[in-house]
Design a protein around this ligand. Structure first.
Ligand SMILES: *[C@@H]1O[C@H](CO)[C@@H](O)[C@H](O)[C@H]1NC(C)=O
Ligand SMILES: *[C@@H]1O[C@H](CO)[C@@H](O)[C@H](O)[C@H]1NC(C)=O
Ligand SMILES: *[C@@H]1O[C@H](CO)[C@@H](O)[C@H](O)[C@H]1NC(C)=O
Ligand SMILES: *[C@@H]1O[C@H](CO)[C@@H](O)[C@H](O)[C@H]1NC(C)=O
Ligand SMILES: *[C@@H]1O[C@H](CO)[C@@H](O)[C@H](O)[C@H]1NC(C)=O
Ligand SMILES: *[C@@H]1O[C@H](CO)[C@@H](O)[C@H](O)[C@H]1NC(C)=O
Ligand SMILES: *[C@@H]1O[C@H](CO)[C@@H](O)[C@H](O)[C@H]1NC(C)=O
Ligand SMILES: *[C@@H]1O[C@H](CO)[C@@H](O)[C@H](O)[C@H]1NC(C)=O
Ligand SMILES: *[C@@H]1O[C@H](CO)[C@@H](O)[C@H](O)[C@H]1NC(C)=O
Length: 691
């Protein structure tokens, strides 16, 4: 037995009277990097934010947990994508059924997004979310679904007996509230020290010998360290934290996605939580923005959240490093074993008219609608036109624009009050639904630890109230006193934001994006309490009706790649600008190749670039791929509407790079007219790195 496990076991009596329960645990990882060119990024809803290369690759990380008798299991999947989506879950379930029969179902599969705003979009099935990506992008959906399947297969195949330990700590200076003026309206704010959650909750998974299998942690912070001008695919701060943890555990230089130890930095109640810790300032004057409206001179565009770094890459690095450092600390110290059964509950809930009691009165939720302040965006990514946050008044011009699509019914206006409706998405069903009428809700249990996957972005206080309600319900119904509940955000269905009733009355961005009206949060709380009671008493939960799979109804507009070309006398993969002969640490190596459109082949589980290092026996070995932090693959056409394109590969030489000889390869596919894409490769000259 490893020393660490012995120590953990010795510490048991202090914190628990029961022996740790043995579980079956398996972890898996696979590449889900989507089209690295010309596809709109999901998150900021900026038409002009298109992918143009890769900073580092995106992965799906799957964790199967079963009881020791192998009777009950679930799989928790964290994806480096903006969110889980209904189309992803339904497509994944179809494939899992073909492979495993009834082992994995809607009930025991969770797909939770880390919320990076730097991944290709177009994979959501409800129309609103695919407007800025100019329709559905099948390539985006397919690579995510296939990658999730590969990661689950790997986790399934690697199942082995082991133990799980819980760690809980506090991480300061890595997140702030971006809508404090709304948060302040919560009467229960005095129960908490901070206006965002600082808690960092972690599960450590080890095998019987004490060897690490993997780790999942939950910390609430938007993955918006990279801003809306970025075109390089990136896992943002959480993707980078995973990279760092896996490098640390698997050995520095391990090709990402190929190590045994798997580390998920999963998302939680991040609704109003920004990583831009210096706060929001006016880009022109440098002064703080208007507090209530997040405007500069009355407009939203110039008000931007910044920091903590000198640019967006540096900020991503800092917020990622902080999460990595806390995770490592908690991983090394986690000593509360999970004790008890594996279980789960799941239900589809129609949120368009959910009845509930509030203060003795029957109220109900409404069909989806987006408020005016939704269009103002946030300080992490401002919106457009004259929209501002905290707006509770209609404007005749925008109402007229709205009415071209749909005039909201009188009932809807009343139901959504005080939200002025900008988009009456819930009352438009052509060509198919614009936002989710039905959401997928779940609870997972491992002993005294309960994961609550939620279909959207709960604000800080919404998350606290939901956690508390689940916690109390479980304990009342017989769960152990030390029960721990964590929220897994952006899981399964994407149903936008969930603000509290009080925040809703303020109508900042998060409230304007709380789509089912003022009682949205209370409806969720009531429903999760029902599931918690069922989980605690062993009763089944009525599953409800699954939403339609709309994948076959989708309309793509993205133009296929017609053909690629290169200048006369050159070939695909030829050098345009070569490397220098020598470089020093802290310099950046740059090389440019004539290239083909990266959409011709996503290079899944492969790479568009390799840095090769010469060994003492003169052989060349892979040293870096496009999945590393210090390399960047940048792709662009040489002219608008042209067919020629250049790939620019850069490599930042950090202090961890060894001196010696290197060369850089570019791999890709080019598209001949009317034929299938063909592979090509290019190689730079050899260069040396000196100290
Ligand atoms: C555990 O159960 C699953 C699903 O029924 C099955 O595929 C797998 O082979 C079993 N594993 C072991 C170790 O028995
Ligand atoms: C923000 O709005 C509140 C009313 O909701 C008001 O009392 C307060 O003075 C405003 N603060 C600022 C800085 O404008
Ligand atoms: C995005 O970050 C870069 C620095 O990396 C900065 O120059 C730019 O102004 C930022 N843009 C926005 C819209 O925040
Ligand atoms: C919502 O449900 C209630 C009953 O719970 C019903 O009276 C009401 O008409 C429904 N509203 C709509 C818009 O369907
Ligand atoms: C749930 O209750 C337990 C015991 O009172 C407590 O330790 C824990 O922090 C509570 N909260 C959550 C979110 O689990
Ligand atoms: C973690 O600890 C904090 C206090 O430091 C507590 O408020 C919170 O409920 C704990 N989280 C869980 C999931 O137990
Ligand atoms: C490289 O830069 C880092 C950080 O700026 C610095 O600490 C280090 O000394 C530099 N190394 C060399 C070899 O210049
Ligand atoms: C070559 O070195 C010069 C001077 O250090 C630098 O400005 C340039 O960017 C380097 N070129 C490449 C291709 O790395
Ligand atoms: C992914 O790549 C690794 C390393 O090259 C290889 O071992 C593995 O089989 C590949 N996986 C799939 C599903 O192709």
């Amino acid at each position: 037995m490893a020393l660490q496990l012995i120590l953990s076991l010795l510490l048991l009596p202090v914190v628990s009277c029961s022996a740790p329960t043995k579980y079956l645990i398996g972890a898996g990882i696979y590449d889900i990097t989507g089209p690295a060119a010309e596809v709109n990024m999901m998150g900021y809803a900026m038409l002009e934010q298109l992918t143009n290369g890769i900073h580092f690759r995106l992965f799906s990380r799957a964790f199967v947990v079963a009881d020791a008798e192998n009777k009950t299991r679930f799989v928790f999947v964290s994806i480096d994508a903006c969110m889980g989506s209904q189309s992803i879950k339904l497509e994944v379930l179809k494939k899992l059924k073909d492979i495993y029969g009834s082992v994995y179902t809607a009930e025991n599969v969770v797909i939770s997004g880390i919320h990076t705003h730097s991944g290709p979009g177009g994979y959501l099935q409800y129309l609103l979310f695919d407007i800025t990506s100019l329709g559905f992008v099948k390539e985006s959906l397919d690579v995510i679904v296939d990658g999730i399947i590969e990661s689950i297969k790997m986790a399934h195949d690697r199942l082995q007996p082991g133990y799980i330990f819980f760690g809980n700590g506090t991480l300061l200076e890595a997140n702030i509230n971006r809508s404090p003026s709304a948060y302040e309206f919560n009467p229960d704010k005095s129960h908490y020290e901070h206006n965002v959650d600082k808690q960092f909750v972690l599960l450590k998974m080890v095998n019987e010998k004490g060897k690490g299998i993997g780790m999942i942690n939950w910390f609430a912070v938007h993955c918006t360290s990279m801003n809306n001008t970025n075109g390089l695919i990136s896992g943002d701060n959480k993707g980078y934290a995973s990279f760092l943890m896996e490098q640390h555990m698997n050995g520095l230089g391990t090709i990402p996605g190929q190590g045994q130890f798997i580390a998920a930095f999963a998302q939680s109640n991040l609704g109003d939580v920004s990583p831009n810790t210096r706060g929001a300032f006016c880009a022109d004057t440098g002064l703080p923005c208007d507090y209530n409206h997040s405007t500069c001179h009355g407009k939203n565009e110039l008000c931007r959240g910044i920091g903590p770094g000198k640019d967006m890459f540096d900020s991503t690095k800092i917020i990622g490093q902080k999460q990595f450092a806390k995770a490592l600390e908690l991983y090394n110290s986690a000593n509360i074993p999970l004790v008890g059964p594996v279980d789960f509950r799941q239900a589809y809930v129609d949120m368009t008219n959910f009845s509930l009691e509030v203060d003795g009165q029957t109220v109900h939720t409404c069909p989806p609608a987006m408020g005016y302040s939704f269009a103002a965006g946030t300080t992490d990514g401002p919106g457009a036109f004259d929209f501002i946050q905290n707006d509770k008044k209609d404007n005749p011009f925008w109402d007229a624009v709205r009415d071209l699509l749909k005039t909201p019914s009188a009932e809807q206006v009343k139901c959504q009050h005080p939200k002025p409706i900008l988009l009456d998405t819930g009352e438009i069903h052509e060509p198919y639904d614009w936002q989710a009428p039905i959401v997928d809700t779940q609870l997972l249990r491992i002993g005294q630890f309960v994961i609550a996957p939620v279909p959207g972005e709960f604000t800080t206080m919404s998350g606290r109230r939901l956690r508390h309600a689940i916690n109390e319900t479980l304990k009342l119904a017989g769960f152990p006193k030390n029960t721990q509940v964590v929220i897994a955000g952006l899981s399964n269905t994407y149903a936008d934001y969930i603000a509290t009733f009080e925040e809703y009355s303020v109508q900042r961005y998060e409230a304007a994006s709380t789509i089912y009206g003022p009682h949205t949060l209370n409806a969720y709380i009531q429903h999760y309490k029902t599931m918690a009671r069922d989980l605690a008493t062993g009763n089944p939960t009525s599953q409800g009706t699954a939403p339609k799979n709309l994948v076959d109804d989708q309309i793509p507009f993205l133009r296929p790649v017609l053909f690629d070309c290169h200048p006369l006398g050159k070939h695909f993969g030829d050098i345009h600008e070569d490397v220098n002969k020598t470089y020093k640490i802290n310099e950046t190596v740059t090389v440019q190749f004539w290239s083909g459109n990266p959409r011709n082949n996503l290079m899944t589980n492969a790479t568009f670039l390799t840095v090769m290092q010469q060994q003492s026996d003169k052989e060349w070995r892979v040293y870096r791929t496009d999945a590393f932090w210090d390399t960047k693959f940048h792709w662009a056409h040489t002219s608008f509407l042209g067919c020629k394109s250049l790939a620019t590969i850069t490599w930042d030489l950090g202090s961890d790079v060894s001196t010696g000889n290197y060369r850089i390869h570019h791999h890709g596919y080019y598209k001949p007219l009317l034929e299938s894409p063909e592979p090509f490769e290019g190689t730079s000259s050899v260069f040396s790195v000196t100290s």
